[in-house]
Ligand binder design. Structure first.
Ligand code: DGL
Length: 356
């Protein structure tokens, strides 16, 4: 088809204008990096009705991004596949690798926010570890899903959209590491997976920090515990995490686990006690021996909410034990590992458990 020189010039000019408008629009968008680690948000089931039976960690980060074209309207997104595992299988070394990558990216001037896609089983531990050790005010959002993307009413796409939206938000800066699940914005410190088969799986006894709805954040509270920029711990100065294990309390408990763990070379033992961190009287001597052998003893509780009172159920001052405050055993373990990279003084450790 013949096009006049005048029309061709006009078309070329219009194309140039459109390209520059697009470039300007993209420049205005925040730059968000998605670090993918696996989990259900990257899962796939055999059919759309398999909302709970599926294989986690199957879909790569590029496919996750390509499957959510709406992201291009809210951020310039880049993806990195850090791991491709179900999160129950992540190791402490994986945690160090991920946190160091997050720290490095947060220092880049062309990165405005970071999203970590993650299995929900141990998402809470990763989020807490990052908030304790990554020194940045930039938004870092950890996100997962309870249903694979292949399922009816899958939750991953909106969770990921919300995560990228919050990661690109200036009002999410300086709030510590956040978790966006089920339209809520949770504190990475406070949140735990509390229901293991519903999309409203993540709860904090202190409530969410806010909500994100249609790309807008609605804040209702702010964290009061030390995190990120205010933390005395820095992932860039941590090369290894000391071994810390957990022994649970329950009716009829024996000392088998405590005795074995106490002799296994660990630096601290988290006791997930009953009630307010109670310890069966028959195993108090076993915990005292663990302490006498130089292992730090930290009393947490198997009860999800509330917090352990020092010197209430047990004479912690007398036994030189530490209490985990409101941290569930799995979170107390994260803080104990981080704290032990700096000190094994029990008074200092107790201060740290009050402050973080
Ligand atoms: N295997 C679990 C995990 O990777 C699946 C749960 C999920 O990601 O929602 O944490």
């Amino acid at each position: 088809m013949y096009l006049s020189p005048r029309f061709r010039a006009f078309a070329a000019g219009a194309a140039l204008l459109a390209a520059s408008a697009l470039a300007q629009a993209q420049q205005a968008l925040p730059n968000v990096v998605i670090l993918a680690t696996g989990g259900t948000i990257a899962g796939a089931g055999a059919s759309a009705v398999n909302s709970a039976t599926y294989a986690a960690a199957k879909v790569g980060v590029e496919k996750l991004i390509a499957g959510l074209p709406e992201l291009t309207k809210i951020a310039n997104v880049k993806g990195e596949q850090v791991f491709q595992v179900a999160s129950e299988s992540l190791t402490d070394d994986n945690l160090l690798t991920l946190a160091k990558r997050v720290s490095a990216l947060s220092k880049q001037s062309d990165v405005d926010g970071i999203v970590i896609t993650h299995g929900t089983d141990t998402l809470e531990e990763t989020a807490y570890f990052l908030t304790l050790t990554v020194h940045t005010a930039k938004p870092i959002i950890v996100v997962g899903s309870m249903r694979p993307g292949t399922a009816l009413s899958a939750d991953g796409a909106l969770n990921l959209y919300n995560a990228v939206s919050v990661a690109g938000s200036k009002d999410a800066m300086g709030k510590g590491v956040l978790v966006t699940m089920n339209d809520e914005i949770q504190s990475g410190r406070d949140v735990s997976k509390s229901i293991n088969i519903k999309t409203e799986a993540f709860k904090s006894q202190w409530g969410p920090l806010g909500m994100v709805v249609e790309g807008r954040n609605y804040w209702f509270r702010a964290p009061v515990k030390r995190h990120t920029m205010q933390s005395e711990f820095d992932i860039d100065a941590i090369t290894a995490l000391p071994p810390v294990e957990i022994a649970m309390g329950y009716e009829g408990v024996s000392s088998t686990a405590i005795d074995a763990l106490g002799k296994s070379g660990i630096k601290a033992l988290i006791h997930g006690g009953t009630g307010n961190g109670s310890v069966a009287n028959r195993i108090v001597p076993n915990l005292q021996k663990v302490r006498a052998d130089g292992v730090i003893v930290i009393r947490s509780s198997r009860v999800p909410d509330g917090f352990v009172l020092r010197n209430a159920e047990q004479p912690d001052d007398k036994y030189d034990w530490v209490v985990a405050h409101d941290l569930r055993p799995q979170k107390a373990r994260i803080l104990a590992m981080v704290a032990l990279t700096k000190t094994s003084d029990t008074k200092e450790l107790q201060r740290i458990f009050w402050e973080y």
